[in-house]
Design a protein around this ligand. Structure first.
Ligand SMILES: *[C@@H]1O[C@H](CO)[C@@H](O)[C@H](O)[C@H]1NC(C)=O
Ligand SMILES: *[C@@H]1O[C@H](CO)[C@@H](O)[C@H](O)[C@H]1NC(C)=O
Length: 315
């Protein structure tokens, strides 16, 4: 008799956990300025190992400061990641080469392209910020915008916009960032946009007196997920929150797991986590958050059964 009870309780507990657990998983997004990534870094096995390890921590990660003009270094990194990765394979989408001088950079997103995450790229474009030749362009390095669709995510459609702001013109560039959001929202037809990357948005590049000039900083529709107090720099001598996530979209903001946005360590990227609903062990059904009441009900059932069980043992 007792044994049957134990089985029942265990079964219900397992059922309960399987319903609860999906809400614990998340979609992890990172942004990483790898500092002058080219042939030299690609030729160092230690560096490549470390980068590969970092990248494989993420579902989607922005890599910045890709410098090599032939594009072989970043391909080597992608190959390395795919050789090292047991569970997932990674795909890449890479931007045009941007920058006003000969020292140009590319942005790339690595993303898990074959996994339960079901991450798909819908479309992408380079932000048109004016004509460089005529000198009326806004950004040193135009933002690169990518629209993603992630089937198991609570907010399934969203856009990520990569930018590496020019340090000496951080105030001017940040002041114009609202236009990039507006453009992305209208082109992608979504409210859910994150601009992410090395915004150089702190310390001497953005003195305190200049913050009031920056609309995306003062409009409450924009959420800055990495606070000013955070140090996203590697050097001990600097304590600056250069790397940031700026997010819009009410539902999207709610889907960000609280306190998940952080700098992982001095040598790591910044990251945030979005709520997802993963497939359970029971067939291919996806449990969604509407099932929370079911979890609660099961919790109550388990509680009652547990109480009965203990009572019986007592008698
Ligand atoms: C994922 O991307 C890699 C690298 O580009 C590619 O070789 C692979 O075929 C892709 N897999 C899927 C399922 O798209
Ligand atoms: C920028 O302006 C120059 C000079 O007028 C012109 O030759 C060039 O085609 C323009 N570029 C673009 C992308 O419109």
């Amino acid at each position: 008799m007792d044994r049957r009870w134990i089985h029942t309780v265990c079964y219900i507990l397992a059922l309960f956990l399987s319903v609860l657990l999906p809400s614990v998983s998340s979609l992890r997004i990172g942004a990483f300025n790898v500092r002058v990534f080219g042939k030299s870094k690609a030729s160092k096995p230690d560096v490549m190992n470390t980068l590969s390890k970092i990248i494989r921590r993420y579902d989607i990660i922005l890599i910045q400061e890709i410098r090599d003009s032939k594009g072989t270094a970043i391909q080597q990194l992608l190959d390395k990641v795919n050789r090292d990765s047991k569970t997932y394979s990674y795909g890449m989408i890479i931007s045009d080469r941007v920058g006003r001088t000969n020292s140009k950079e590319q942005y790339a997103f690595f993303y898990r392209n074959k996994s339960a995450d079901g991450i798909e790229i819908v479309s992408s474009y380079m932000y048109d910020d004016g004509n460089e030749t005529l000198g009326n362009d806004v950004f040193e390095r135009e933002p690169f915008l990518v629209k993603f669709h992630v089937k198991p995510a609570v907010v399934k459609t969203f856009a990520l916009g990569a930018i590496h702001v020019k340090p000496e013109q951080a105030v001017e560039e940040l002041t114009k960032l609202g236009d990039v959001f507006t453009d992305a929202k209208s082109k992608f037809k979504t409210e859910n946009v994150i601009i992410l990357g090395d915004l150089n948005a702190d310390c001497s590049y953005v003195p305190k007196k200049d913050w009031p000039k920056i609309p995306v900083r003062n409009d409450p529709a924009y959420h800055w997920l990495i606070g000013d107090e955070v140090d996203t720099t590697v050097k001990d001598s600097t304590d600056c929150a250069y790397d940031r996530f700026i997010l819009t979209g009410t539902k999207f903001y709610e889907a960000v797991i609280r306190k998940s946005a952080l700098e992982v360590s001095d040598h790591y990227p910044i990251e945030l986590e979005l709520s997802v609903v993963m497939p359970t062990n029971f067939g291919s059904n996806q449990i969604n958050f509407d099932d929370k009441p079911v979890s609660l009900l099961l919790l109550i059932v388990v509680g009652i059964l547990g109480a009965i069980f203990l009572q019986r043992r007592h008698n």
